[in-house]
Design a protein around this ligand. Sequence first.
Ligand code: NAD
Length: 477
Amino acid sequence: MSSGGFAFTLLQVIFEMSESFDLIVVGAGPGGYVAAIRASQLGMKVAVVEREQKLGGTCLRVGCIPSKALLETSELYEQSQKHFAERGLIVQGVTLDIAKMMSHKDSVVSTLDGGIQGLLKKNKVERFFGHGKLKGGGVVEVSGNSPATITGKKILIATGSVSSSLPGIQPDGDRIGTSTEAIAWPEVPEHLVVIGAGVIGLELGTVWRRLGAKVTVLEYLPRILPGVDEQVANEAKKIFEKQGLTFKLGTKVTSVTAAGKTCTITMEGAEPITCDRVLVAVGRKPCTDNLGLAEAGVQTDKRGFIQVNAGYQTTAAGVYAVGDVIGGAMLAHKAEEEGIACVEKMATGHGHINYGTIPAVIYTSPEIASTGANEDALKAAGIKYKAGRFSFAANGRARAAGHTDGFVKVLADEATDRVLGVHIIGAHAGELIHEAAVAMEFGASAEDIARCCHAHPTLSEAVKEAAMAVDKRAIHS
Ligand code: NAD
């Protein structure tokens, strides 16, 4: 017998002996666990393999959710310190109990993890605890505390992403941290240096500033928040500087070292900076370590992202992939939508996702949110557009709440008036953006939004006024 024939027979034996499923999902983050539940709803027998005890992936364990718990608490702290008195609320002696703040954050994570465990059970999704590795031929080997070999008619990879670094910068899990460490520091840094003025750098940098740290943000590019509408990013920079953040743009960091409690950062063409904590937030890369991709015939691109077709099929028959690991916007909700679309296509031949209307939210204070194209993208594509802008300073509810920073901008096609993009910087922008996303999903024009009655007094009126401003008929500006 040839060795190829032997391998084939061995796989067949494993296939026949091991527990088998219609679908094995590797990775229980937002892409994976949501796909597993939907697949089960569609009648598949589903297994999920996850190597972390807690489900929910980076987003729930060390990302979106814990950072939002800290964001909300730090915001309350700053409000009580700096803004209550302006409204006649005299509170004295507000102090920070960081251990309590962290335990509140941890309890939020645990509760939500318990929720996902319950949802998987309710949907009869079997959970395997360990590292999943593709062996080819539908076989997944689970190693770790509860080793197992399972087989699936189909396999869905949803293993997400991990923090990336730069030459000369080696996070040490302590003083030189990534977002994972920066949501668990036991004391407020005196001076935090953030490398990267992207989403993570600004979300977590502003949390620690609100809690009392001096924060310096080093950014390679001449602007903050690459990818965000430039006018919005410029406004954000002004607001964050007013709040006390220091930016050093056009700064190339060359090395970071830590000795005891002191970190030293060297840069090209500038004096070194010392501080007591460093947050490295220079992007994330696909998480595919020891996944058996080559063995299973799954190809990646040169940056390591798994290549898929429109049905999320990889180059290996029966193997699919969704979420951060396939590239595109690294957003939990994008991964969820892909997970659902992927398994719906498997089961029914149809699945829907509109990449043109996926909202993106940056959870700073104020929030920054967008959906659709920004002005740079429209200019680059040669699309003629009209822009309408409305400031929260002219919105009654924003005035009453003391949230007057920021604006809404609606971009609409010059000829058809169809909404092409909406960009918001301001309080609750992350909630306000969904009106725009739904409108765009239904192919609305700016006039459609402008003619919808919006309740008064609400922040949402700023969206309506910005839509009216597209045709220069905003009332309150
Ligand atoms: P990012 O890509 O948003 O920002 C990284 C920043 O680091 C960029 O501005 C880049 O120019 C800068 N940079 C790179 N090299 C540098 C150097 N040598 N010196 C100084 N600056 C340098 O990456 P991130 O903030 O790490 O986030 C990772 C991913 O996670 C992103 O895709 C982000 O969208 C996603 N994420 C999203 C959310 C959210 O939607 N709210 C939250 C967290 C993370």
